[in-house]
Write a protein that binds this ligand. Structure first.
Ligand SMILES: Cc1cc2nc3c(=O)[nH]c(=O)nc-3n(C[C@H](O)[C@H](O)[C@H](O)COP(=O)(O)OP(=O)(O)OC[C@H]3O[C@@H](n4cnc5c(N)ncnc54)[C@H](O)[C@@H]3O)c2cc1C
Length: 369
């Protein structure tokens, strides 16, 4: 397994639980890439457009979440924060109202429970929201998960089941040789039956002989970690026109996130903080009194069609891609693990591989073997 982010850790845990011998190699360590920055939202009906393949993937993964967390909780030492308290999307003008009412019609059509709240109803339901709100759409199925607690549980469970985590190890080549694989770092080679590439934004840098490199590129996201000091903390995820706010049981609120194409720069910026604080105050006026505890930053791994690459390479079927999860890696982790585990241990090629195959980029300009 290359990569100990949420994707690599979830797959490693699932494989180890099934008795596979798993070594996870990471150039930094568990939860040191994009995953540590994630807001932990599980929001398919905001992220995926009607009838899109992304929506299909996200809905299927959300349906796995209750049992995924429940199973980990049985042995988790620190607990996992997980709640399905829904999202409240807020409109601050008439155009926003029209857009959200359109979404409500769509959700009704596909049988997803939602509720429209006018401005007054928003204020009594969620008093922390700005009095300027024109209305809000409550989508009850949505949820949130504390990513650090989830990662801790996954790594702990994977280790208990026999998986090893080795870091810092930077892998530069993964090759299929006959029906075996060879994974090579600067000073060592590992051999095994299969390899999974879960390197997030850095996946493109891994050389796979005979296979074009995956066109993954990083999209930086900055996010504020606020200690709520004044007034009511929101009771659920609130999503405004320019930011979202995710409340946690310890009294903190995450406000995110910027979308920036700045290569592999993982720095934080004054502009990012300025954008997010202004957007937070617009949505939740009490944010002015909040303490700024930390600025988080991460690189979302994005592929050109904004869908993940999950599945084997045709030219090297013992090497499996699990990358490019972009804005939804936390949400898509249980489904990704199910698909990869099914392929590697049960030889199941899920129909979803048709859309997630890493070979779909093979003919793109710039792909190099
Ligand atoms: C600000 C922000 C907010 C987000 N909010 C949400 C959200 O609310 N909900 C959601 O579902 N998603 C969210 N995301 C997206 C989510 O965080 C990502 O999709 C997810 O973390 C990707 O996980 P990953 O394991 O693929 O990558 P990463 O977490 O980046 O892990 C990849 C790992 O691979 C290792 N690696 C890479 N190359 C090599 C190599 N050659 N050798 C060894 N190791 C290597 C890296 O060191 C790293 O540890 C958010 C992202 C950001 C930045």
């Amino acid at each position: 397994m290359l990569g100990a982010g949420i994707i690599g850790a979830t797959i490693a845990e699932a494989l180890a639980q099934r008795g596979a011998d798993v070594a996870v190699l990471d150039m930094r360590g568990p939860n040191r890439g994009a995953s540590q920055a994630s807001a932990g939202m599980l929001t398919p009906y905001i992220e995926g457009e009607a009838d899109s393949p992304l929506l299909n993937l996200c809905v299927r993964s959300l349906s796995l979440y209750d049992s995924f967390v429940a199973r980990l909780l049985e042995v988790s030492r620190g607990g996992i924060e997980y709640a399905r308290t829904g999202t409240l999307e807020i409109a601050l003008d008439d155009d926003g109202v029209a857009k959200l009412l359109g979404n409500k019609v769509w959700l009704d059509t596909i049988g997803v429970e939602s509720e429209w709240l006018d401005g007054n109803a928003v204020r009594s339901f969620e008093p922390s929201i700005t009095p300027a709100a024109h209305g809000g759409l409550l989508t009850l199925d949505h949820g949130l998960v504390g990513v650090t607690s989830l990662m801790n549980a996954l790594v702990h469970q994977a280790r208990l089941a026999g998986a090893t985590f080795e870091f810092p190890v930077e892998v530069h080549t993964v090759a299929q040789v006959g029906d075996r694989v060879e994974v090579t770092s600067v000073d060592r080679t590992w051999t095994g039956d299969a390899a999974v590439i879960a390197g997030g934004s850095w996946s493109r840098r891994v050389r796979i002989p005979g296979v074009p490199s995956l066109p993954v590129r990083p999209v930086r996201g900055q996010l504020l970690h606020l200690q709520w000091c004044e007034g009511d903390q929101p009771g659920r995820i609130c999503w405004g026109p320019h930011c979202y706010a995710v409340p946690w049981s310890d009294g903190t609120v995450l406000v995110g996130a910027t979308m920036e194409e700045v290569g592999f720069d993982e720095g934080t910026t004054v502009a990012g903080v300025n954008t997010l604080t202004s957007a937070a105050i617009e949505l939740l006026p009490h944010a002015t009194g909040a303490r700024l505890d930390a600025i988080r930053v991460g690189l979302r791994p994005m592929l050109p069609d904004e869908l993940p690459a999950i599945g084997p390479f045709a030219a090297a079927p013992r090497i499996v891609a699990a990358t490019g999860h972009y804005r939804n890696g936390v949400l898509l982790a249980p489904l990704t693990a199910e698909l990869v585990t099914g392929y590697l241990l049960d030889n199941v090629r899920d129909d979803l591989f048709e859309i997630t195959t890493p070979d779909r980029f093979a003919k793109m300009e710039g792909g190099s073997a």
